[in-house]
Design a protein around this ligand. Structure first.
Ligand code: AMP
Length: 357
């Protein structure tokens, strides 16, 4: 295991709130961060020592960036993998690019998980519009169409609830290769968030119960309830075997539906995750700090939950306008991401409330 001394520079691909919270955790441990992101509202740059604004496939800019960093990580999984391969000659990149490749392709991701014994909802690939009716027929109605690439927060998705919804569905979903996935009658959603060190040590945070509204995470709650708690061990085993098969280093998230057939795998995120934001105040070591520890070769910190009850609420669009009211609550820890515009559906911040008996 190679230890990167405090004072070294961590490169982060992606300039959003996850990069911002990673950079804050890195600063606490004495590291400097260099953010690399295309033009946009790069809120991570506000808290970083250096930043490069360039496209993810700009080979020359990536090379200069890599040469200025001691390790590189990412906070955004839709970074092109091929240009990134070229920087692995200059600098270690964690998590491994194989994890990015798998996570970027919904069909490959589910096949990978199934090859390791995991269960997923029934799905079928439609590479073009003519293949769509057969794909829908094979999984049945109701189902969800999801683009194979570049989908997040419910984007690139549409529901087929009745035969009439099929007309125009290809165009509505973005006119690109997609999967049709059976709609799961789940009782709860949860994620397994783990951290894996360079020598394969794995730690898990408690799984929160996650509520999504319109495809976007709304709240995460702990304790997660008996159903999630009973499915957590099998889901952990699954997530750990996926992480091990990828030779993973850093924080890894696997999202599950708690269904009558046990945990059904939904998707992986090869990065810190929104459903783990509660760990900043609610666990001994946050997902952000443990990610930094893992990629820098430091010992992992305890992932123990420190409160009896934890609730994380995402602040979306204009939700953060009530920041004065939130701050008046002694249980509340407010995080605002510094975004320029509070558009509908955009994550502007979050609040974590801790309750101790
Ligand atoms: P995803 O982008 O796949 O995480 O989907 C976003 C959200 O849509 C999930 O967290 C669920 O709330 C819902 N969803 C996605 N796939 C399914 C499914 N097969 N059955 C029921 N709900 C789903």
């Amino acid at each position: 295991m190679s230890v990167l001394s405090p004072g070294s520079t961590i490169g982060i691909l992606g300039g959003g709130q996850l990069g911002r919270m990673l950079a804050v955790a890195a600063a606490q441990l004495g590291y400097r961060c260099h953010i690399y992101a295309p033009p946009g509202d790069n809120v991570a740059c506000d808290v970083a020592a250096q930043f490069t604004v360039a496209d993810y496939d700009d080979l020359a800019a990536l090379k200069i960036f890599a040469q200025a960093c001691d390790v590189v990580t990412f906070e955004f999984e839709n970074v092109s993998v091929t240009p990134l391969k070229s920087i692995t000659d200059f600098v270690p990149v964690y998590p491994p690019l194989k994890a990015l490749e798998v996570a970027q392709d919904r069909a490959a991701e589910k096949d990978f998980v199934r090859s390791l014994g995991g269960k997923t909802a029934a799905f079928a690939v439609a590479q073009d519009e003519s293949a769509l009716p057969a794909a829908i027929e094979s999984v049945g109605i109701p189902c969800i169409l999801k683009t194979i690439r570049m989908g997040y927060d419910g984007k690139g998705q549409s529901r087929i609830m009745a035969q009439e919804d099929i007309a125009g569905a290809w165009t509505r979903t973005g006119a690109q290769p997609l999967i049709a996935e059976a709609l799961v009658p789940f009782d709860a959603e949860f994620s397994v968030i783990l951290v894996r060190s360079q020598d394969g040590d794995i730690r898990f945070w408690d799984s929160s119960r996650n509520l999504h509204i319109d495809g976007i995470l709304s709240t995460s709650n702990l304790p997660a309830g008996i159903l999630v708690e009973s499915q957590q061990p099998a889901a952990r085993d699954m997530a750990a075997s996926v992480a091990a098969a990828l030779d993973y280093v850093g924080v890894f998230t696997a999202e599950f539906f708690a269904s009558a057939q046990g945990p059904l795998f939904n998707e992986i995120a090869p990065r810190v995750h929104n459903s783990g934001h509660w760990t900043i105040e609610g666990a001994t070591t946050s997902q952000f700090e443990n990610h930094i520890r893992a990629i820098c070769g430091l010992p992992l910190g305890s992932t123990e939950t420190v409160a009896e009850r934890v609730e994380m609420e995402n602040l979306i669009g204009h939700d953060a306008d009530r920041f004065m009211q939130i701050l008046a609550d002694p249980a509340a820890h407010l995080h605002l991401y510094g975004k320029a515009e509070a558009r509908a559906g955009r994550k502007i911040g979050h609040v974590t409330r801790l309750y101790r008996s």
